[in-house]
Design a protein around this ligand. Structure first.
Ligand code: URA
Length: 434
């Protein structure tokens, strides 16, 4: 078999055979197929697409390009969730403890933040002492003991995706639904859970700019999961404003704590409740989404979700006095109000700009080598639909840096104000399941 023939077939719009797809992934992972052929292939896929069968084969080949986690030693149904990446997206920190408090088993591998999006591992590390690197044995033992563990990758998972995603990033071939879907699903499947809930975000702060594109991506991923024998469902959620009020590591942990005490922002609480309810259905703990919502709400009201968060951090070495007394988190040296230039209703908030501004204040990384400042970030005071008077704060910027005046102006410019009343939309738009 020759790679050049496989590329030419895809250029002509033909469907590739299973053998051809496996030949490519195997050869590219091992290094016998060079980057220039892989990028030509990715460009052909970007323009010609792939059939559902090709996408399932590609995902399966990538999933098995490295180690896969065997979670069979964990008793019961293992649930997992994945967000396609948002601004202020602290969902796992509240959702994980809530579903575990309701009896689900969450063995979750998470990532770090890059660019305008944050990562769960960084947020967890804002609690001093927290260790996100457990051995597979420790990881499995912790889930069996307390129902939840959240860690970085413990195995050499999906090396094909690591190479291919890095290549796509520099060859203009990221925005292909078959390639995004197989990239995300191959990693999730390799992590070994029985069920997967995908939080597919759309809007100005998300990969997918429109709900239609998000729906197509979600359907493609749900189909792959189903074809490969996992209960996979998706929700489409709005990223046309940041999720909740807080953006930045320690600031988001504090908002997750408030949410577990039933005092979270409306949109974030709704997302966590709906996602949790679906995961409880997948775990067969709830018989309907409505019943699942009641269980999640109870775990917020009776404190069992927060207790589970304490157990999670304590098991991973975190100093839980920070969770019990959030005023202990170090404060940024400079906390600056961003004032409304005129009175009006907030019509839009550019999440991408807020995410990038938080990164520039120190909360995120421009490259994987950058260090992050746990105390930095942005706390919104107004969300879409709120009224603000001229000269009153739209947000506060938290930073330990000086010379960030331009960033403060960018945060102000991220808000669009209108003299007419604006109605806030829902955060969760649709659920997609087969
Ligand atoms: N996230 C991924 O993991 N892969 C993609 O291709 C895009 C987003």
């Amino acid at each position: 078999m020759r790679m050049v023939d496989i590329i030419e077939e895809k250029v002509e719009g033909k469907a590739l055979s299973d053998e051809e797809i496996r030949f490519f992934i195997d050869g590219y992972t091992k290094g016998s197929i060079p980057d220039y052929q892989a990028s030509a292939w990715a460009m052909a896929v970007l323009f010609q697409g792939m059939t559902p069968h090709e996408i399932a084969t590609l995902t399966d080949a990538m999933e098995h390009s490295g180690e896969t986690m065997d979670l069979s030693a964990i008793k019961g149904i293992k649930v997992d969730k994945h967000s396609t990446g948002g601004v202020g997206d602290k969902t796992s920190l509240a959702l994980g403890p809530l579903v575990a408090a309701c009896g689900a088993k969450l063995a979750k591998m998470s990532g770090r933040g890059l660019g305008h999006t944050g990562g769960t591992l960084d947020k967890m590390e804002s609690v001093p002492g927290t260790n996100v690197f457990l051995t597979p044995e420790q990881f499995i033992d912790q889930v069996n003991r307390i129902g939840i563990a959240i860690v970085g990758q413990t195995a050499e998972v999906d090396p094909a995706d690591k190479k291919l995603y890095a290549l796509r990033d520099v060859t203009g071939t990221v925005q292909s639904i078959p390639l995004i879907a197989s990239s995300i699903m191959s990693k999730k499947l390799a992590c070994g859970s029985n069920t997967i809930l995908l939080d597919v975000k759309f809007g100005n702060g998300a990969f997918m700019k429109t709900i239609d594109d998000a729906r197509e991506l979600a359907k493609t991923m749900v189909q792959i999961g189903d074809d490969l024998g996992r209960d996979t469902r998706a929700i489409l959620t709005d990223m046309n404003e940041p999720l909740g009020f807080a953006v930045g590591n320690a600031l988001e942990v504090q908002e997750a704590i408030a949410t577990l005490h039933g005092q979270g922002p409306r949109d974030f609480t709704e997302l966590v409740t709906q996602a949790g309810a679906i995961m409880l259905c997948q775990a067969k703990i709830a018989t309907s989404v409505e019943a699942g919502r009641k269980k999640i709400q109870t775990a917020m009201q009776d404190g069992s979700g927060f207790q589970k968060m304490l157990e999670l951090f304590a098991a991973q070495g975190g100093d839980i006095s920070y969770l019990e007394h959030p005023e202990k988190f170090p404060k940024a040296a400079y906390i600056t109000p961003i004032l409304a230039p005129r009175s009006g209703y907030v019509k839009a908030i550019d999440s991408l700009e807020i995410g990038l501004s938080a990164m520039r204040l120190g909360a995120g990384r421009a490259t994987m080598r950058d260090k992050i400042d746990m105390a930095a970030g942005i706390v919104l005071q107004k969300k879409i639909g709120n009224y603000v008077e001229q000269g009153k704060p739209l947000a506060y910027a938290y930073t330990n840096k000086t010379g960030v005046e331009e960033v403060l102006t960018q945060i102000q410019a991220a808000f669009t104000l209108d003299e007419n009343k604006v109605k806030a939309g829902p955060v969760v738009h649709e659920m997609i399941a087969l």
